[in-house]
Design a protein around this ligand. Structure first.
Ligand SMILES: Cc1cc2nc3c(=O)[nH]c(=O)nc-3n(C[C@H](O)[C@H](O)[C@H](O)COP(=O)(O)O)c2cc1C
Length: 287
């Protein structure tokens, strides 16, 4: 969410509290916290803009949530008709006139009249349970059974800074199963975990990739459990120790190295494929 100070300097912060309110007239809302460094601007601005970030713009979400220097020097943007910054390559833009302000606890509800908007139809960046996720990846995972072959579907089950891993003769692997018939990946995963007695909270898709050798797709979901029960699936390994482990295949090694790094930085994100490839293609066997 962005606006201009009285001096014309841009201000902005990352917000997940964006929602549509009314179609006629077109109204949206965002809730700036009273603690924001820019709260005075949002309390009095006549105009503001909302840029809906794309799935690969997680860095920009982080800059506007925590960077304390000039945030706008870090990103590409352009001004809307009122001069408010619009983040380049965002999925959608809304240029708003402030319509109403409602004090609400430690936030303000700022309702804006949408004067102008643009939507580009790309996948947006999601945020849930303290981590970013990709709406595009969730959709891809749901559509995977459309492929003729079964899909590997696995779980990164986290408990107290540890991940549940199975030992195999080739190294560690994550608990995983394959889809059966027309069942989608998520349903197969729930059945598989349910049969072991484990009922972790299944979160967002963490990664999807296709083996170059076999053409088989694999998809992994982040899961959280509050028990130390392993359901007979292996043992918990501290996430910080993951980079030292031997994994059953390269794809797992790449994914779990990334997981350990992101766990360390506290910023989990989806494995968003870039350019024209829909998913990552990994050399080597994924079994
Ligand atoms: C995903 C995400 C969603 C957020 N949503 C909001 C929000 O809706 N309202 C808000 O005031 N702050 C929200 N924040 C926190 C602000 O982005 C953060 O406190 C702010 O950028 C700090 O800006 P400041 O340093 O200028 O005070 C969110 C942060 C993240 C990472």
């Amino acid at each position: 969410m962005t606006a201009l100070t009285r001096n014309g300097d841009p201000v902005g912060f990352t917000a997940s509290s964006f929602a549509s309110v009314s179609l006629e007239p077109p109204l949206v809302l965002v809730c700036p916290a009273n603690s924001l460094s820019s709260i005075e601007v949002f309390q009095e601005c006549k105009n503001f803009a909302v840029s809906v970030l794309a799935e690969e713009q997680q860095d920009i979400a982080n800059i506007f949530a925590s960077f304390s220097g000039d945030r706008f020097a870090q990103v590409k943007w352009q001004a809307d008709g009122a001069g408010c910054p619009l983040i380049k390559n965002a999925v959608a833009w809304f240029s708003c006139t402030a319509h109403a302000r409602v004090p609400a606890g430690d936030h303000q509800i700022l309702i804006g009249h949408v004067d102008d908007y643009q939507a580009h139809g790309h996948a947006g960046l999601g945020y849930s349970r303290g981590g970013y996720f990709s709406l595009g990846l969730e959709r891809q995972a749901a559509e995977l059974p459309g492929n003729k072959r079964p899909v590997n579907v696995g779980a990164i089950i986290e408990h107290d800074d540890q991940v549940l891993m199975e030992e195999t003769s080739r190294g560690l692997r994550l608990p995983q199963t394959t889809t059966a018939g027309s069942e989608n990946a998520l349903t197969s995963l729930r059945h598989y975990l349910g049969a072991t007695g484990l009922h972790p909270e299944v979160g967002p898709v963490y990664s999807i990739f296709r083996s170059r050798r076999t053409g088989i797709y694999s998809t992994y979901y982040r899961c959280i459990t509050d028990t130390t029960d392993t359901g007979g699936l292996g043992r918990y390994i501290p996430i910080d120790d993951l980079p030292k482990q031997k994994f059953a295949n390269r794809a797992l090694a790449v994914m779990l190295h990334r997981h350990a790094l992101e766990h360390h930085s506290g910023a989990f994100g989806p494995d968003v494929a870039h350019e024209d490839c829909d998913v990552h293609v990994i050399d080597g066997d994924e079994h």
